[in-house]
Design a protein around this ligand. Structure first.
Ligand code: NAP
Ligand code: ZN
Ligand code: ZN
Length: 349
């Protein structure tokens, strides 16, 4: 074990503050990484502030990690010191269940091991995430980042990118499909860029009139102000797929009404309280579905990184020093994110 500097929340109501944690000594299959940048996901806020059940304090969030390999274990073949790598939302899984064998480690029957706030078999405590200087991760859960990419803007792909890529891919977004993305935050802005790159007719739904220009620049073909009933009903029965990223409970019915027969709205936003129950009639009369989706497996995350690299897709970021993290959380709650905060980890000293 060795000490690493980090930022942690000590309780749901205490601001994040400097903290020292233990990282394990790298084993034969481990990769040791100096963390250079870490994105701030709304899930970090839900967890740090105890909005979801099960936070173990102190908690060190952060699962949009990019960094540089500093050392590798004797059995590591795919990485060498000096390589740029990424770590996303999971750092281990059972590797033997049917889901793991299919490369869907996020659905591991034994429970995936999250990058933070998950039981850590190596230390006996919980895992600590990317708001820290250094992390040790098994090689099978480390992603390759192409040389020449703008590292801070790649960090958000590790969660926001894959969380949108996976459902867009699974529900077959592409040419000839009309795809809606609800919410232009960290997840939503990646959804607009990726759906556009996949060739779908992409429509962004937002509650923020001041984000329209940005959404069009990112690749949206149309933007709808979701609180404007006339704008919404103009799109009735026309969508093949809607991916909803909103981080707060809201009425789903106005979006369900926009789906074609047999179409699906996928919920990826994970508010702390349930959405009001959707009406049954809009679902049964057109055989519409509501579904959910959770990040993506390791192989699919690498596929997404390669796809984004080929298409020149990165996140629109606001780079901050780590002492601005609590301010960033408060701005995230006001939907005031353009469009992902990323921490410059060199500011953690
Ligand atoms: P974010 O950057 O804060 O973006 C959320 C966006 O939702 C806001 O920018 C805003 O967009 C919209 N919004 C917020 N409050 C709203 C309200 N009361 N009514 C309507 N719209 C509202 O958050 P994020 O990091 O993208 O995360 C979004 C959610 O996804 C969080 O709940 C997070 O925990 C969850 N998440 C899920 C997964 C998964 O695997 N399923 C992975 C990562 C994150 P507009 O201003 O455009 O309306
Ligand atoms: Zn996340
Ligand atoms: Zn498993």
């Amino acid at each position: 074990m060795s000490k690493t500097l980090a930022y942690a929340a000590q309780s749901p109501t205490t601001p994040l503050a400097p903290f020292s944690l233990d990282r394990r000594t790298p084993g034969p299959t481990d990769v040791e990484i100096e963390i250079l940048f870490c994105g701030i996901c709304h899930s970090d806020l839900h967890t740090a502030r105890g909005e979801w059940p099960g936070t173990v304090y102190p908690v060190v969030p952060g699962h949009e990690i990019v960094g540089r390999v500093t050392s590798v274990g004797s059995e590591v073949t795919r990485f060498a010191p000096g390589s740029n790598v990424g770590v996303g939302c999971l750092v281990d899984s059972c590797r033997t269940c049917a889901n793991c064998k299919e490369g869907l480690e996020q659905f591991c029957d034994a429970g995936m091991v999250g990058t933070y706030n998950a039981p850590d078999k190596h230390t006996g405590g919980v895992t600590y995430g990317g708001y820290s200087k250094r992390i040790v991760v098994d090689q099978d859960f480390v992603l390759t980042i192409a040389d020449g990419t703008h590292l801070p803007a790649v960090a958000p792909l590790l969660c926001a990118g894959i969380t949108l890529y996976s459902p867009l891919h699974h529900w077959k977004a592409g040419p000839g499909k009309k795809v809606g993305i609800v919410g232009l935050g960290g997840l939503g802005h990646m959804g607009v860029k990726i759906a556009h790159a996949m060739g779908a007719h992409t429509v962004l739904f937002t509650t923020s009139a001041n984000k329209v220009e940005d959404a069009l620049r990112m690749g949206a073909n149309e933007v709808v102000i979701s609180r404007d009933e006339a704008q919404m009903t103009a799109h009735a029965n026309s969508f093949d797929l809607i991916v909803n990223t909103v981080a707060a409970a809201h009425n789903l019915d106005p979006f369900i009404a926009l789906l074609k027969r047999d179409a699906t709205m996928v919920l990826v936003g994970a508010p702390d309280s349930p959405h009001p129950s959707p009406g049954v009639f809009p679902l049964i009369f057109r055989r519409r579905s509501i579904a959910g989706s959770l990040i993506g497996g390791i192989a699919e995350t690498q596929e997404m990184l390669d796809f984004c690299n080929q298409h020149g897709i990165v996140s629109d970021i606001e780079l901050i020093s780590i002492d601005k993290i609590n301010e960033a959380y408060d701005r995230m709650l006001k939907s005031d994110v353009k469009y992902r905060f990323v921490i410059d980890m060199s500011t953690l000293r």
